[in-house]
Design a protein around this ligand. Sequence first.
Ligand SMILES: [Zn+2]
Length: 570
Amino acid sequence: MKQRSPLAFFALFLFSFLANAQDYPQDEFISPLEMPLFLSGTFGELRTNHFHAGIDIKTGGREGQRVLAVADGFVSRIKVSPYGYGNALYIVHPNGYTSVYGHLQRFNDTIQAFIREEQKRQKSFEVELFPLAKVFPVKQGDLVALSGNSGGSGGPHLHFEIRDTRTEKIINPLLFGFDVKDGRSPDIYNLEVYEFDKEELVSSYTRSLLRQGDGVYSLTGNSLIEVSNPASFGITTTDRLDGVPNKNGVYSIRMIIGEEVYYHFVAETFAFAETRYINSHIDFAQKACCRRTINKMYLEPNNQFSAYRVKERMKLTDLVADSIYPVNIEVSDRAGNVSTLNFELKYSPPEVELAEAPEPDLPKFNYAQTNFFKKDNFQVVLPEGALYSDIYVQYEKKAACSECLSFIHEIATREVPVQKYYTLKIKPDAEYHGDKSKLFIASFKDGKLDDYEGGRWENGFVVARTRQFGEFAVMVDTVPPSVSPVNFRDGSNVHGASRLSFIISDKLSGIDDYSVTIDGEWVLFEYDAKNRLIYTDVRALNLEDGERVLRISVSDDKGNVTEKTYHLIF
Ligand SMILES: [Zn+2]
């Protein structure tokens, strides 16, 4: 075997250490849009309960921009949903990558017709198809769809992803040579200082920063931070690109204390299954209480997110007492603009050994094992790995709400993140003689109804699965959804109307399903969930003129159904 020179070895080390565009093809993908790339979202950006999986490309505030296949390949998956990516298209390319296009308004005519057939066949607006390679081959630059605002999108844009076809891991699209202009270095807003006692967070506070010049930040006031416990830090930071005001995510964050790299995050690639580790990546309590998204620069023991580069070294600082250490925090964007924050850190342990704080008299949940909790009519089963670190569990029984069938049980708080679903069981305190299948668990925030958690009746308890802590109680949903036509009523002449629309909503358990027939035949109504709207394109129905009977049926998650009939003149 050929001997590697030390230099080659060093280069290899460097290559594996730095995320490196050279690992990815640079000129195989064209832009999915025929307009300059301005981004309102970047890969790895810190979002609610997830890291952003792609880039969000601005479409000039409008829907209907032509979306092109970025390379040759075939359509491998088509999904229509009122939630998430809305109308989404996946194209497999021969180079081993899959491109994904989300929040589309519609697909090209061929795919759209194919989807309409399938919706009719399944009698469902929501469909997901996995066509074989020969069904929809595409050439680079082919029109595959029009951009839109469908699904969980908050404004017209194209959500674009690149995935490794084999592993399905998502990769930062900006590693593939797309032309995105960015001449600005990232903004750093604040430094958070955390102090620990034996791995347990005991205090945190915020230091404000001064922008010294382009990309150079320092602490306001004293540039020496003194701590009396092992410490770590967090920062708030975003990146702005040329020509757009959006505060996007940064590409990498690295912290060096003394000579040691203590933290290194790079938004290169990760798997979907890991995305909820965002809630350990950030200071979740600060997000829950105060809407601050702080990027912590230490790891909780059960943070298994794979986008860290020096994981084994990402622990709490291990410093010699009374020495002063330089701290260097470096934040970069994908274009290579770098911002730095430098200050000094001194660890001064208390001179007199303090008496150990007594352990709180509370049950402790261990993140590495299954945990059980039982109190009166309230039970919790929390699986192994549902927590990021051990917690002491506060429990409190509070007064019931006026429509509650149980007391409000509070377990831990909304400020403690939960990675995995756990089981919650509550026995009603008030006798309920009605249909028990209508009972469910509701969560509350500061005593106010917040979320529907679902639930089924089992041995005298309502049992639900959830991924949050806080306040819970049993409620009942016997109220069917509300259904109101937007542009007609019973007896209307709708000849010449382009759309028929209904507003559908449901108070407690939420809309589960709906169906509309005209003269007994199922007809497609599209669902725009965020606007609580269902609608159909009248011309696409191809109805002959005359009087017809439209029936609509809408059900909620607890099986309450609203049915209405309209006689309409087409
Ligand atoms: Zn997006």
